[in-house]
Design a protein around this ligand. Structure first.
Ligand code: 5RP
Length: 306
């Protein structure tokens, strides 16, 4: 009997470390130190505990744009990038159809939708488009919800967000509020301070917004939870690397970048350069050099076409 054997040998074999108080270590991520274990563990899969930063690879654009340039065949264009990111931001359709269930990457699942580019004037009229049970089945670490502050559907999209937060909190899943920018919304520091702060106040665990050339540090400073930046429209690679670098220097907790990676001439090279800048301490110019070197290697290795 195991119990009795244990009692006989207790004095000899057991070590209670009575002179060592048990530590209560803090938590590495901004504003997240009072969450429960499961939520913290999920966030630690998204954000690297060594530096508090993440590279989320965003390729959920099809949820309202259909086959976006660079995403016509996600199996061909995104799977080669998977090894270099921390988290895959996607829709449940692509997750099930294309992403191997053996992936070790965290999942950020698009949870809002219901509108399309076919009727751009209605884009802000989103609903929740994924249940919490689906999120659990798909092992999501993060649920992403678009919020259109300042739009006609401001209240409804905030309600989408708070409903999702209530559901996600039951299971220890994080919610990322995505600041939507439309024709009626300005891309100014003032607007982003307002939008990100409202989302954090109402319970988002992380927030995604755009980088601004001015005052970006004031946006990150007054948002009590991590901010990641969206990449936005494709720009020259060096500019995109500068944006990622300066955003992190100015308090962002990483990037949630899509088009500037998968629409690059050399997506794998760009993905690795973004990793260099966000995680490996490279300056933007060093990241760009890395991009060019890797792109040249890819070109040399590619079979010549007739
Ligand atoms: C779509 C999104 C995208 O995930 C987001 O815009 C990031 O992608 P990109 O870097 O291409 O802007 O939220 O609404």
């Amino acid at each position: 009997m195991a119990d009795l054997d244990g009692t006989k040998q207790e004095k000899k074999d057991k070590e209670y470390y009575t002179d060592l108080p048990q530590e209560s270590p803090g938590y590495f991520l901004k504003g997240s130190h009072q969450y429960d274990w499961g939520l913290k563990n999920r966030l630690a899969k998204v954000f690297n505990p060594k530096n508090g930063r993440t590279i989320m690879l965003a390729f959920d654009h099809g949820y309202f744009q259909g086959p976006t340039t660079g995403l016509e065949r996600v199996d061909q264009t995104i799977l080669p990038l998977e090894p270099y990111c921390d988290c895959l931001m996607l829709t449940r359709g692509i997750q099930r159809a294309v992403i191997p269930a053996s992936t070790q990457k965290a999942i950020a699942l698009r949870a809002s939708g219901g509108t399309s580019m076919a009727r751009p004037e209605y884009l802000s009229d989103e609903v929740l488009a994924c249940s919490i049970e689906e999120a659990v089945r798909l092992n999501a670490s993060v649920l992403a919800v678009q919020v259109f502050i300042g739009s006609e559907h401001e209240k409804a999209t905030i309600k989408n967000m708070t409903t999702l937060i209530d559901e996600a909190n039951r299971y220890g899943i994080a919610v990322m509020g995505v600041v939507a920018v439309g024709t009626s919304m300005e891309r100014t520091p003032k607007y982003f301070r307002l939008a990100t702060r409202i989302m954090a106040e109402l319970g988002c665990h992380l927030v995604k917004c755009y980088h601004t050339d001015e005052e970006f540090d004031t946006i990150t400073s007054c948002c009590p939870v991590p901010i990641v930046i969206a990449g936005g429209k494709k720009r020259p690679e060096l500019d995109a690397l500068k944006m990622a670098y300066y955003a992190c220097e100015q308090g962002a907790s990483g990037v949630d970048m899509g088009r500037n990676i998968f629409q690059s001439d050399a997506p794998v090279a760009m993905m690795r350069a973004v990793r260099g800048v966000v995680h490996e301490g490279l300056k933007p110019e060093e990241g760009y050099q890395m991009y060019q070197d890797l792109k040249a290697q890819e070109t040399e290795a590619a079979p010549a076409t007739a």
